[in-house]
Write a protein that binds this ligand. Structure first.
Ligand SMILES: NC(=O)c1ccc[n+]([C@@H]2O[C@H](COP(=O)([O-])OP(=O)(O)OC[C@H]3O[C@@H](n4cnc5c(N)ncnc54)[C@H](OP(=O)(O)O)[C@@H]3O)[C@@H](O)[C@H]2O)c1
Length: 226
């Protein structure tokens, strides 16, 4: 049994990850942007009002974990947003919003809770293949691509800094997943379910060792180019 912190657990892929870990007997602390009331009603352990753009909220999350004397085996930062901007119509306030949530969010959160992660623990940051420099063949989505490329660097940097404590870190791509995030995404894709994505991401973390730390992995198990 492990203890896992799942950030952004209100819905979507994060919620499925929390459900699956809970179902197999792990202890899950669900950090939710909202109240997480339905999770709490089902007996789940929730920290509400965790907006990853707020230093105060993230510090409160870390303090809550300390107060509950929780040592974390896993941290999964899943919270994120998607904007569909195009060149000529970029809204720079929205660029800043996506950077705050998608890039600074995981850095702020993992920095705050890293002292509570056990030596030999695991950190997964859900970024996106769209943030891969090597895989960008189509352009568009400036803010999202840049924010997720930045999140990939956050993950790689954390790998280096946390390796002294044998904490392993992955940047993770969930696949093309049918969630609220992708409901307006243009084009036809063979979407997988949040449950399928979550199962793959949990498997990636299960298989994570210091030897394959510092890489970018798909929920289907393959490794992706930065
Ligand atoms: N779906 C895909 O195909 C796909 C592909 C590649 C990468 N991803 C990445 O996977 C992650 C999860 O996406 P999803 O598809 O599950 O989307 P989703 O269903 O929209 O879930 C996103 C979650 O992030 C939370 N969130 C948003 N802003 C937040 C903030 N400031 N602080 C804390 N939590 C916040 C949302 O809370 P509320 O419910 O309260 O808004 C929600 O629980 C994201 O990082 C996304 O970029 C998804």
């Amino acid at each position: 049994m492990i203890t896992a912190l799942v950030v952004g657990a209100d819905k979507g892929i994060a919620r499925s990850i929390a459900d699956q870990l809970h179902a197999r007997g792990d202890r899950v602390v669900a950090a939710c942007l909202g109240s997480g009331a339905d999770r709490a009603a089902d007996g789940g352990e929730v920290v509400p009002d965790v907006d990853v753009t707020s230093g105060e909220a993230v510090a409160r999350l870390a303090q809550t974990l300390r107060d509950r004397q929780i040592a974390l085996d896993w941290v999964l930062h899943v919270a994120g947003v998607l904007g569909l901007d195009t060149l000529g119509e970029i809204d720079y306030d929205d660029v800043r919003r996506q950077l705050e949530i998608n890039t600074i969010g995981p850095l702020r959160t993992v920095e705050a809770v890293a002292p509570l992660v056990v030596d030999g623990g695991k950190v997964g940051i859900v970024t996106s293949r769209v943030g891969s420099l090597g895989d960008n063949t189509s352009g568009g989505m400036y803010a999202y691509r840049v924010s997720k490329a930045g999140a990939n660097m956050v993950a790689l940097n954390l790998h280096h800094d946390l390796s002294v404590r044998e904490i392993s870190v992955l940047a993770l791509h969930p696949g093309m997943v049918a969630t609220d995030l992708t409901k307006d995404y243009p084009g036809d894709y063979a979407y997988i379910t949040p449950e399928e994505a979550a199962a793959g991401l949990v498997k990636d973390l299960d298989n994570l060792t210091p030897e394959n730390s510092g890489r970018f992995q798909h929920s289907n198990g393959t490794f992706l180019p930065w």
